[in-house]
Design a protein around this ligand. Structure first.
Ligand code: ZN
Length: 317
């Protein structure tokens, strides 16, 4: 298949538009946020395919045989790394994919978290203290680096570099699109900071389903609390939930949210028992459907920050 299309190139060069349509490289992204970045940088210069799509929980995602088919003839794949999309790596092995890979978190120093950190604060203090001892809970890299827009910029640069290598004739277009996109993300980062600055410091606390916002909290000065750790695979214990309910009451936390992926039951019960109203749905590890409130990486930040800021400023009961 591949050999045949290479042989066809000289003839197609006579028809540049047709050539582009027929030879646009296939690029496969593991999950929706990477798929959106890929589209922003590559536009229709590649045939982009995303495996774990809108509202999918990429921690526990199980690809189907038809997903693996997408790898056939792919010229580049894009994954998050840091243990987030291990199923995608297994899919690459199973599909005998040996082509180039972009690991979007390359060059980012990951936050370290206890493997099971249910219900603890994520200001970093406890985790960092523990890290300095030779014994203690097992530490793992927090994979949710995209929740800091400065890391999002690093993702974009890594993806652009991968595209430039995989499709050199379009290098200039990829670099130009990436530069424009980075400028927008940097402006959005400033907007996020300005929004959060309108919330009194003591009220910058948010409860959500799992520890997806460690990078967000560290970057933008919000304390996130969650009953579930950095992966959605492990269920929270009753003691963890009880401790979090106590914290919500003691600290009058009003910003309590569901996430767009996974089961809302634990968080709903927790909110009920703490006597607080769930303030909506944050987009954590996946984008929304195109018609939803967070169809792109940028829209996700605007949506999440808008909800968080309004809820944090809300009058405590
Ligand atoms: Zn997550």
């Amino acid at each position: 298949m591949r050999r045949r299309s290479l042989l066809a190139v000289p003839a197609l060069l006579l028809l540049p538009n047709l050539a582009r349509a027929q030879t646009a490289p296939a690029v496969v992204a593991s999950f929706s946020i990477l798929g959106d970045m890929l589209r922003e940088i590559a536009g229709n210069r590649v045939r982009a395919r995303t495996i774990a799509g809108a509202n999918a929980d990429a921690h526990t995602f199980q690809p189907r045989p038809s997903d693996a088919e997408a790898l056939r003839g792919a010229r580049l794949v894009v994954r998050n790394g840091l243990g987030f999309d291990g199923w995608f790596e297994r899919m690459l092995r199973a599909g005998n994919y040996t082509g180039p890979q972009v690991v979007a978190t390359t060059g980012i120093t990951p936050r370290q978290m206890p493997a099971h950190s249910h219900g603890h604060s994520h200001g970093g203090g406890a985790a960092e203290r523990r890290q300095n001892h030779s014994v203690g809970p097992r530490m793992v890299a927090d994979p949710h680096a995209w929740q800091d827009l400065r890391h999002g910029v690093a993702y974009v640069r890594n993806i652009a570099q991968g595209l430039v290598r995989a499709d050199a004739p379009n290098a200039g277009a990829y670099q130009a699109a990436a530069a424009t996109y980075v400028t927008r993300l940097e402006a959005l980062d400033g907007w996020v900071r300005a929004q959060i600055a309108t919330v009194p410091e003591a009220r910058r606390k948010v409860v959500t389903s799992h520890d997806a916002f460690g990078y967000f909290g560290a970057a933008y000065g919000i304390e996130f609390l969650a009953p579930q750790g950095i992966s959605t695979e492990a269920e929270p214990s009753a003691a963890d939930v009880a401790r979090l309910i106590r914290l919500i009451r003691e600290q009058n936390i009003t910003a309590v949210f569901l996430e767009n992926m996974g089961n809302p039951a634990t968080l709903q019960r927790l909110a009920r028992e703490a006597g607080v109203t769930v303030q909506g749905r944050l987009y954590a590890d996946a984008l929304s459907e195109p018609a939803g409130p967070a169809p792109s990486y940028e829209a996700m930040f605007r949506h999440n920050v808008g909800l968080m800021v309004a809820a944090m400023r809300g009058n405590p009961a």
